[in-house]
Ligand binder design. Sequence first.
Ligand code: 13P
Ligand code: SF4
Length: 325
Amino acid sequence: MGGFVKLKEIGSIPPTMLAATTIADEILDLKKERRAILLAHHYQEPEIQELADIIGDSLELARTARSFEGDVIAFCGVWFMAETAKVLNPLRVVVVPDRAASCSLVEACPVEPIRAFRRENPDHVIVSYINTSIEVKAESDILCTSRNAIKVVNSIPQDKPILFLPDRNLGNYVKRKTGRANMEIWQGACIVHATFPARRLAEAKMEHPDALVVAHPECPEPVLAMADFIGSTSALIEWCAASEAQEFIVMTESGIHYSLQRMAPHKRFYYVANEHCNCSECPYMKLNTLEKLRDSLEHLEPRIELPGEIIERALVPLQRMLALQ
Ligand code: 13P
Ligand code: SF4
């Protein structure tokens, strides 16, 4: 049926992975030589996750990046995540496989309007989703991720007006959950989650009547309204693994399948495709490849370089968020 994502085979080694065995060996050697740690987001290709020291959602990866033994962080995710790692490790080298691995939420939120908002609304608390540029983080009062956004907003005194940015779906979800009337929401969106059609989810539910629905809060409201559980990438994995149900319709990027299968090998997971690409893959996340990872470890490029002043300013809202855990 057209609305379903055809997954690459998981559980057996795909031919591309066999061909890549020597590259994987090179990466493991380079990791040792460079005293590097490899952090990978759940949306990375299986062959990258296979080599990672830590696989996680954006909050877990930020926490892990706080302290480790070694000189280099190779960050397989998107650029803003690697910038966060650099803020927490200013003296370490942070490399990424592909400089172009951005995020539609980062692109939707340039820093100038945020500075203008700050000047015109000095009483507002700016809560920034971690999916923002380092410059926007530096203008923010506190950061959040999809895992802790409700907790972060609840930590702000009720009488304080809030600007939540940049994801409108996450913002609206948090607003509904916290009941905060005085919360303005930036109108950015994720090109993957925001374009899941509720109609295709309804069809998937008819096709798999026993399946429970889990969804990332970047999905639109009509999709979230059909979900049995809403949470960050890792929270979805934990919930599916702990649930007594055997089948799930998973409303997030299909790279999550690798971790879902590892945590719950006997359960079945279905993915709903977007209308525009007929897939549910993040084109930014999928820019990273084993070859590019090997090259980044070999040449220590592309690497994150940030002015000290930006690091200092972005560290404040980041530490406020991490202190809430
Ligand atoms: P997580 O916080 O769940 O890792 O989400 C990050 C992200 O980019 C989702 O699209
Ligand atoms: Fe950004 Fe969406 Fe890709 Fe996540 S899935 S990195 S929010 S574009």
